[in-house]
Each structure stands twice: as C-alpha cells, then as structure tokens.
Design a protein around this ligand. Sequence first.
Ligand code: TXA
Ligand code: MG
Length: 339
Amino acid sequence: METILLKAEEKNIVAAEAVLREGDVAAIPTETVYGLAANGLVPSAVRKIFEAKGRPQDNPLILHICSTEMLDDLAEYIPPLALRLAEDFWPGPLTMIFPKKSVVPSETSGGLDTVAVRMPKNDFTLALIKKCGFPLAAPSANTSGLPSPTSAQHVFDDMKGKIPLIIDGGECKYGVESTVISFDGDDRLRILRPGAVTAEMLREYADVIIDDGVLMKIDSDEKVLSPGMKYKHYSPKAQVYILDGSNEKIEIFLSERDSECKTAFLGNGNEKLKEHILRIPYGATSEEQAERLFSGLRYCDEMDCDEVYVRMPDKSGIGLAVYNRLLRSAAFRIIDLKV
Ligand code: TXA
Ligand code: MG
C-alpha cells in the first residue's frame, strides 16, 4: 500500500474524510501525540487500527469528538463533574471514561462496558471530525510497544505501507498522551494515565486518586482499570535506564560506561559528559521533557544506541506523565546513585 503525506490544511480535509468514510485508517495530528484514526462506530474500520499497530485486542481506544452533543450519543450517563471538566478543559488533553451506549462497538471499547472520550485541540482534526459526523477512534499512531509519535515523520517510520494517509500537522505541542480519568461518584475522580491536565489542576474540581497503575508495575495477567497500563510501552530498541542522583554522581556513572557500547543520555543539558556519550536534547523543565521524551527515545534508535540513560524527572505537574511513560520505557529499571 502506498502511504501519502498531506499537510494539515483546509483543502486536505476532503481527502482525509474520503479515506475515513471508506472505512480506512488515516493518521491525524493532535496537541498530544499523533493518532491512528478510523470510524469509531464501525467494527471493520476499528479492526484495521489494531492490525496496523499490532495492538492487543483487549486494549480499548479513545473516541475523539468535536462537540459535547457528540458525547451525548456515546455516553449512557455523564456526571455533572464531567460536564464542568469538559467546559474548562475541552478541547484539550483530557480523556474521560463513561458507561457506553450500545452504538459503541465492543471492538472500540476492548470488550468493556465503558468508553473513553476526548475532544482534541487541533483545528484540522476538529474540522475533520465535524465533516465526518462520526467520532474517530484513535490510539497513538505508533507500532504497539514503541514510543508514541510526536511528528508526521515518526508516524511514517512506523506506518509506511500499512495505512493510506498521514496528515502532517507539524510537531505536537505536549508530546505525551492525554490524561485519562474515570469517575468515582460525583466528587471524586481517578487518574488512570497522567498527562498535561495535571493532578494539581484536577484537584481544583474534585478529590483526586492516582491509580496504582500509574507508578507501579502491573503483571500481564492482572485485571486493571486501564488495560493500556499493563503492556510494555514506549520502548526504543535500546535498553533504557533511569538515573536518580546529582549531576556529579551521574557524570561519574556515565564516565565509567564502556566506550565500546553506544550510550546516549537525556539530561538537563548542563552535565559534563565524556565524548563517547551521545547527548540528546531533553530539557530542564517538565514541559520540555514531555515534549522531547518520545522523540529523544526514537532518536536513540536512529543512532543505533545500545543503551540510553535518562535523568529522573521531577514528578509534579506534567512531570508525573513524563515519569509514568519513562518507567515503562525503562521497564522500571531505576539506578539509584543517591547512596
Ligand atoms: O492523547 C491521547 O490520548 C492520544 C491521542 C491520539 O488522542 N491517544 C492515545 O490513545 O494515547 P492510546 O490508545 O494510545 O491510549 C489510550 C489509553 C490506553 O491506556 C487505554 O487502555 C485507555 O486509554 N482506555 C481507553 N478506553 C478505556 C476505557 N474504557 N477504560 C479504561 N481505560 C481506557
Ligand atoms: Mg498508545
């Protein structure tokens, strides 16, 4: 199959709409990461997403909408708290989980009786959903297990020959996927996956529980609230390790790495590194780190690195999202240099 790249310009909405109406898959830009979209109400279209990604069937997809009216068609019940959050955070990087209506096929919900919904903040994608008139099911547009794509080139690297169309909307603003929440009664919510709508922001609206799956390892046979949490995730071919310690300790640790092994490092930029260590831009703030983590990990593979060390991120704000993704990229390997 030939994979065409088109810019996220108004004149290309028709082409994207045609692909989606045919029941095919198109990659679309969002403010978080690129999505692999299809008509979320048509089982055969949704199955094509799972095929292109190589994604386990029990991992449910998010439905992307362009108006709150569309939500009424999908959710059996919408708590008042959800409406307040939608008012303040949509369009934006917040995904909410609702009991689903029967129009949502079990292919989309991964067999669950709930559905995840979000309104992305991207003009092209919102206009496309409006034109289509149906919600777009869209997981991140990477091959399952690899870091999520934050540019059209990343999507092309993974999906070339597997999907007909990629819409290029430039680099994604946040670089980590949306915050996923579920509701525990009327004034309590649970963060299943942290993102740019942070726990601190959500605490202004309700009691916030951070689900155990956010920071803990989950066995593959364990039942979890968010199935995506249990899979190996966001990992480049290189082995990833988290380094927890001061600049000085990190410098000593890296200087002792074998120079035969191709080693990369993502740090805050002011660590002094020996020449054989490849320094990858990462940044000192959590916002920069969120934006650059996935592209940094993908770059390690481009450079054929054997191992990559990443400085322990700050865990507040969007930093919690960075830490959550990094733990999985590193298969929970943390090297404690504080002792
Ligand atoms: O920012 C994003 O959310 C991106 C863009 C494309 O919108 N999408 C994305 O989708 O990250 P995906 O499929 O890679 O991640 C969706 C996560 C998974 O961890 C999945 O298990 C969880 O949301 N999820 C989806 N539906 C759910 C449901 N009904 N109950 C619990 N978790 C659900
Ligand atoms: Mg994903």
